[in-house]
Write a protein that binds this ligand. Structure first.
Ligand SMILES: Nc1ncnc2c1ncn2[C@@H]1O[C@H](COP(=O)(O)OP(=O)(O)OP(=O)(O)O)[C@@H](O)[C@H]1O
Length: 251
């Protein structure tokens, strides 16, 4: 078991955004989190990554209790994410943005970088080789020096995934990665997610594109009004009356 949520509870003012939610993500699984708008999915991601602290419950990652730890500590432990709305450094290049995702892996101290010790050069070389690997993986090599804000949306999404991968996470969390992508780009994304799984990485995914979710996720958790209303393999979820009801009710 890589990730385990136990009775996680989080409110905003009077609104219960997550109500005693428990679920588990197995090692190297592709797990999907679905539910109508406002069900609490993004709040779950924000609790796992340390942006919000749950009021009750615990979150275990790789055997450690990470409940309430700061985002940079959680990221160092091996959780990386992308956001529903792209968050990159818009005036920086593709390579620089991906490099920014790598800072948790940098071993040089301020002293090494100040006086440029051999450790600094070794670390820098290793980092740039890794960056190149992720640039090639995401087929971004012709855009390495392009300024991110000048790129179309689909490419910016790829840069965001590359940046998350650059921290070499054990768990990659993707919040609506197919939003705004055309059919061809969505297919590329599906292929990429399989490649990421083949690298041994576990994937937790929110996605509104149901065709994509049903074909990609190995296991699905369904939320509504902050609660888990169903879980199972895609075929079980598709035929679950409570799930159908939740979606029809939200139309
Ligand atoms: N920072 C916040 N302050 C106040 N309320 C919030 C905040 N974040 C989320 N909420 C509320 O918590 C509930 C769950 O929201 P959340 O964004 O997690 O849902 P979601 O399932 O991700 O929705 P969507 O599919 O629309 O992105 C909603 O009622 C939302 O309005």
């Amino acid at each position: 078991m890589l990730l385990q949520l136990n009775n996680v509870f989080k409110t905003f003012g009077g609104i219960v955004a997550i109500n005693n939610l428990s679920f588990e993500v197995r090692n190297n699984q592709i797990l999907g989190l679905i539910g109508p708008n406002g069900a609490g999915k993004t709040t779950v991601f924000n609790c796992i990554t340390g942006i919000y602290k749950p009021e009750k419950g615990t979150i275990y990652f790789d055997g450690k209790n990470i409940t309430g730890l700061k985002p940079h500590v959680i990221s160092k432990l091996g959780i990386a994410r992308t956001f529903q709305t792209i968050r990159l450094f818009p005036s920086m290049s593709v390579a620089e943005n991906i490099m920014a995702g790598r800072h948790t892996k940098c071993r040089q101290t301020w002293f090494d970088s100040l006086i440029r010790t051999p450790k600094y050069f070794k670390d820098e070389k290793e980092n740039w080789l890794k960056i190149k690997y992720y640039i090639d993986l995401l087929k971004l090599s012709e855009y390495t020096t392009s300024i991110v804000s000048s790129l179309p949306y689909g490419l910016q999404r790829k840069v965001e995934i590359a940046r998350a991968l650059a921290s070499e996470p054990k768990l990659l969390i993707l919040d609506e990665p197919a939003a705004g992508l055309n059919n061809k780009e969505t297919q590329e994304l599906v292929d990429l997610i399989y490649q990421i799984k083949a690298m041994g990485i576990t994937i937790l995914l929110i996605e509104h594109d149901m065709d994509m979710m049903m074909s990609l996720a190995e296991y699905i958790i369904v939320m509504n009004f902050g609660e888990k209303i169903a879980e199972g393999i895609p075929s079980e979820i598709q035929s679950n009356p409570q799930v159908i009801e939740a979606y029809l009710g939200s139309e």
